[in-house]
Design a protein around this ligand. Sequence first.
Ligand SMILES: [Zn+2]
Length: 425
Amino acid sequence: MREMKEGSAGLHVSSLGDEIVGRINELAAISEAPAHLARVFLTKEHRAAADLILAWMRSAGMRAHLDAIGNVCGRYEGERPGLPCLMLGSHYDTVYDAGKWDGPLGLLTAISCVADLNRRGRRLPFAIEVTGFADEEGVRFASTLLGSRAVAGTFVESVLGTRDAAGVSMRDALVQFGLDPDHIGAAARARSELLAYVELHIEQGPVLEAKNLPVGVVTAIAGATRLAASLTGMAGHAGTVPMALRRDALAGAAECIGAIEAFCRTDEGGLVGTVGYIHAMPGATNVIPGQVSFTLDIRAPTDAHRKLAVTDIVRQIERIAKRRKLGLQVDVTHENRTVPCAPWLRRQVAEAIAGEGYPVFELPSGAGHDGMAMIDIADVAMVFVRCRGGISHHPDEHVEVADADAGARVLLRLIENFRTRDAAE
Ligand SMILES: [Zn+2]
C-alpha cells in the first residue's frame, strides 16, 4: 500500500515549468481560428491575449500597462523605486497555423520568474521589466519587429501606410484597436533605463536536442542576406534542339544550386545557405526552359563571414552562367546585420546554466528575434530552450515541461545573480 503524506495535495507547490506550460496552453486558446493557432497584430485576439498577460503580470507583483504600439509592459521595482531595469521579454503574436511556444515561452517564463521573486519578497538592486512584444513575426503587415522597434525608438513612421491583405492600413488598425498612430514614439525607451535585454526563446532548431541538452547560450543572432537570381538561356523544342546547342536555364540553375549547397556544406563556421524558391519559364514538359529565377538566403554568425560567403557564391554562379552562355542577374533583396550577444551577458547566462547543473553549450541563432531591434538601446543576451525535433512555426512545435522548468530556473538564477556591465567587467 502506498503511503500517503497527510495534506500532501494541499502542500503541493507546482514547479515553474508547470505554471508556464499551463499558461502556454491558456494563451494558445486565444486564436482567430478554432482549428489552428493564429494571433496577429491589432486584432481582437491580440487584445484578449494582452488582457490575460497583463493580469498575470499584476498577479506576479508587477505594475503593468499596454504601451503605445500594443506591447504588454510589466515592471517589478527593485530595492527602491525608479531604478534602471533588467528587461526580459519575447513576443506574443504568432504566424498562421503556429506552434504555441514560439514567443510566449520566453514571455511567460519571465513572468513566472518575477512571480517567484515576489512570493519570496525578494527585491534586487535593480528593477525587472517584462515586455511582451505585440508584433515580431510581421504576419499582418509584412513588416517584422514592430513591437520591439517601437520600444527601441526605431519604428519607421512610413510603415503606418502599409495595408494588410484586407486593405486595412496599419494606421486605421491602430485606431480601431484604441491606439494613437501619431504617438507611437511614447513606447520608446531610453538606453539609460535599461541595464540589458535578455530573452529566453525556443531554439527552433535541432541542435540542443542532438546534444541532449535542455538549454543553451546564444552567441549571436545571425545576420541574413537574401538574393534573387535570374538566369536567361534560350527556350526551344525538347525534341529538336541537340544537347550541345542548348542554353538550358533550369539545368544551369540546378548546377548553381548544387554548387551553393556544396559550398555551404564545406564551411565549418556555421554558414547556412538555402534556395527556397525556384520558377522556370515557360514551364512546360516539352520546352527547354529559357528563363529561371530563384532565391538564395545566406546566414552566418558574423557579418564578415556572411559577406565573404555571398561574394564567393555569386562568383561561382557567375562562372557557371558564363560557361553555359546564360545571362545572369543577381540582386540583393534583403540584408540584416548580425546581432552579437554581449560577452559580459553571455558569461552570466553560462554561469546560470552551469549553476543549475547543465553543461554549457553555445550556439548561434539562425532565426531572427526581438533582440535585433533591442540592440539599438541595450546589450542583448539570449537563452535557448530545446524543442522537439527542432520543429517551429508549425503546430507540432513542442517543449517538454521539464525543459520549460530548466529554462525558468536558469533565467531565475541569472536574474538573482545579475551584475551590471560595470560590475561584471
Ligand atoms: Zn519567436
